[in-house]
Design a binder for this molecule. Structure first.
Ligand code: NAD
Length: 254
């Protein structure tokens, strides 16, 4: 199927939905130059995933901070791409109600999405592993640059990037809100997620089991493709921006 036909099909699904929710993963940001983990150019090819587990962090916090700082340098200056902009436009049109994201890069908000649920935290903060106090991430990174382990200004505990590491629970409020939104949805648009990182990946499945239709945009197959009413293997920026234009035309928007 050609791009135009695919985009029209997706736009029709969106236009016909009552409550559409987007669920995004690292693949929505690769076109901004941020590598995903498991895609063809993924980070997993270079870095052992174990490094971003809480156990490993507790064993060697400064080592993990150094690696994190190196990865973070790749995020700095990244700009939203057409996929982020298209999702923000779909929200503006009143069609996409919420974006549930596994990403920590803040690019949905930078593109103008207002209702964003961050399941895995963000790159804005570092958090004390002892008392929970938050410090801007940049401050913690300055310590790392100077070769010191960042510590809490309140209690002296070790600071950790406020992104969810493997082995850590997801933030309660974000998870609760995500399930509430997924429960309301009649259409879930999955974008750039391998759907292999749990428990986040359970959310679209939960929505589908409650009757929501699934539309999946991912370069590679996912475990939910067989449940989906729409699957595209195109780049997210390409198909989403074409679909947003179709949607605008269908809705008579300027
Ligand atoms: P993942 O890396 O497991 O999977 C990403 C998927 O996106 C892959 O299947 C890949 O084929 C697909 N993809 C890559 N580029 C694409 C494109 N342009 N268009 C369509 N599909 C594309 O990602 P995940 O499921 O989100 O899980 C990885 C975990 O790592 C997540 O928890 C996430 O929080 C974290 N992470 C976040 C960032 C970020 O914030 N940008 C970056 C890397 C990893």
């Amino acid at each position: 199927m050609g791009l135009a036909e695919e985009a029209r099909r997706l736009a029709r699904l969106l236009a016909g939905s009552r409550y559409a929710v987007a669920f995004t993963g690292a693949g929505v940001s690769t076109e901004s130059g941020i590598p995903d983990f498991r895609g063809p150019q993924g980070l997993w090819r270079r870095v052992d995933p174990e490094v971003f587990s809480i156990e490993y962090f507790m064993e060697d916090p400064l080592g993990v901070w150094r690696l994190f700082a190196e990865l973070f340098a790749g995020f700095r200056g990244a700009r939203p791409n057409p996929a982020h902009h298209a999702l923000a436009r779909m929200e503006e049109l009143g069609v996409v109600k919420t974006v549930i994201t596994q990403n920590i890069d803040g690019l949905h908000q930078a593109a103008g999405s207002r209702r964003v649920i961050e399941l895995h935290g963000s790159l804005r903060w570092a958090r004390c592993t002892r008392c929970g106090h938050r410090v801007p991430l940049e401050e913690a990174l300055r310590e790392v640059e100077e070769g010191r382990l960042p510590r809490c200004p309140r209690c002296g505990g070790v600071l950790k990037p406020d992104a969810v590491f493997f082995g850590e629970p997801l933030p309660d409020d974000a998870l609760r809100e995500a399930y509430r939104e997924a429960g309301r949805a009649d259409l879930v648009l999955v974008v750039g997620s391998s759907l292999t990182v749990y428990p986040a990946a359970l959310i679209p499945e939960y929505a589908a089991r409650r009757g929501a239709r699934l539309a999946i945009i991912n370069l590679e197959p996912t475990s939910l493709d067989s449940l989906a009413v729409f699957v595209s293997r195109r780049r997210a920026g390409e198909i989403l921006s074409a679909a947003a234009r179709e949607l605008e035309a269908m809705m008579g928007a300027r």
